[in-house]
Design a protein around this ligand. Structure first.
Ligand SMILES: *Cc1c(COP(=O)(O)O)cnc(C)c1O
Ligand code: SF4
Length: 347
């Protein structure tokens, strides 16, 4: 399809605020994505094969953020199935962060002191090609609706903070989320609820009044961690959603994954930090890619990641510098990647 055709498709994008409709209105067919963005036909077969391993899933509204015909577009790249995914690489595995051994009851990952992560749902509004849970089998975790996970939290008074993750916890309906949050709040030793979600970035319409009301109703402190990797993802609809959300949170943070060809440039990361701050969000983590099978083409080697982070530190106030970390299976926390500052550099 040519640019005019792509524009005509955009004009048909639903304009209502029904986030469920926007979530259903997803591109899942590789050939359709190729037509909508006028992509190089030579990449199509590899993409089809890759999407059989991990299906394509991109809400149609995201087309607006992408330059047609550009396989290197930093937003598209995050959802674009590529032939590179079909080849195995040594060290790139299906459970790169050791989730399975730390699953102490179904649906609960308790790796770090004081905080436990609840696998809220297996569903996601998008499929990010670099996702470290792209091979995770959620079925066993979600059988029985969190009963065992909540019991395990109740029994362990060392846990203060419950993290809703997934999948994407905001894929659940507001009434299901409200019920879950009430059950968590009924555990006296829990004081903080943390929500890790990419939905405010990919379908900002998800931030509904019913959702903010459930945050407003809980006695728990609320920490909201979004997930954006590139400033082009932060459009006007995102800004509106974050305005609605902010009064109901105690902290709004963002985590990114360092991705080759997406955000491995100091200008992009600096811009991302500034844009987040304009919306009242502080950068939290910049993750080194977890070595998940199918994502090796996104890897940035450690030396380059450290140099990038050092250059970013030189350009940003400390509070806008995300922590560069990696997840090492069995470690007691996310592990920082250290570098040594350059001396004598004039501003
Ligand atoms: C990353 C992670 C957390 C959160 O760690 P913080 O450093 O507190 O952000 C908690 N539990 C699990 C299992 C995690 O993977
Ligand atoms: S939103 Fe998060 S959990 Fe879902 S596919 Fe993307 S990276 Fe994975």
């Amino acid at each position: 399809m040519n640019a005019a055709g792509a524009a005509a498709m955009l004009a048909q994008t639903p304009t209502d605020n029904d986030w469920r409709a926007l979530q259903r209105d997803c591109i899942t067919d590789v050939a359709e994505l190729w037509r909508a963005l006028d992509m190089d036909p030579a990449l199509l077969d590899g993409a089809k094969a890759a999407s059989r391993l991990f299906p394509l899933r991109m809400p149609r509204r995201i087309l607006k953020q992408i330059t047609a015909g550009d396989a290197h577009d930093p937003v598209l790249r995050q959802y674009l199935p590529l032939d590179a995914e079909n080849h195995s690489h040594p060290g790139y595995v299906t459970d790169p962060v050791g989730d399975l051994p730390s699953r102490n009851s179904p649906g609960l990952l308790h790796k770090y002191q004081g905080r436990a992560l609840l696998i809220t749902t297996g569903a996601c509004a998008v499929h990010c090609r670099y996702c470290f849970r792209r091979h995770y089998d959620y079925a066993e975790d979600l059988r029985g609706g969190h009963v065992q996970a909540l019991e395990a939290i109740r029994r362990d008074s060392g846990i203060r903070e419950v993290i809703l993750s997934g999948g994407d916890p905001l894929s659940l309906d507001d009434d299901k989320l409200a019920a879950l949050v009430q059950r968590i709040a009924s555990i006296a030793h829990i004081d903080t609820l943390r929500i890790h979600s990419r939905l405010p970035v990919v379908i900002p319409q998800r931030i509904t009044p019913a959702f903010t009301a459930l945050l407003g109703d809980t006695r728990l402190k609320v920490v909201f961690v979004m997930h954006s990797n590139h400033p082009a993802e932060l459009d006007a609809e995102f800004e509106e959603a974050v305005c609605l959300l902010k009064p109901f949170t105690d902290a709004m943070l963002n985590q990114s994954v360092l991705l080759r060809g997406v955000n491995d440039q100091v200008e992009v990361l600096a811009d991302l930090s500034h844009r987040l701050f304009e919306s009242g969000i502080l950068p939290y983590y910049l993750h080194q890619l977890d070595p998940v099978a199918g994502a090796a083409h996104f890897a940035v080697i450690d030396a380059a990641a450290k140099a990038l982070h050092r250059d970013l530190a030189a350009r940003l106030p400390g509070y806008l510098l995300p922590r560069l970390v990696r997840e090492i299976p069995g470690a007691s926390a996310k592990t920082p990647l250290h570098w040594t500052a350059k001396t004598g550099a004039a501003p």
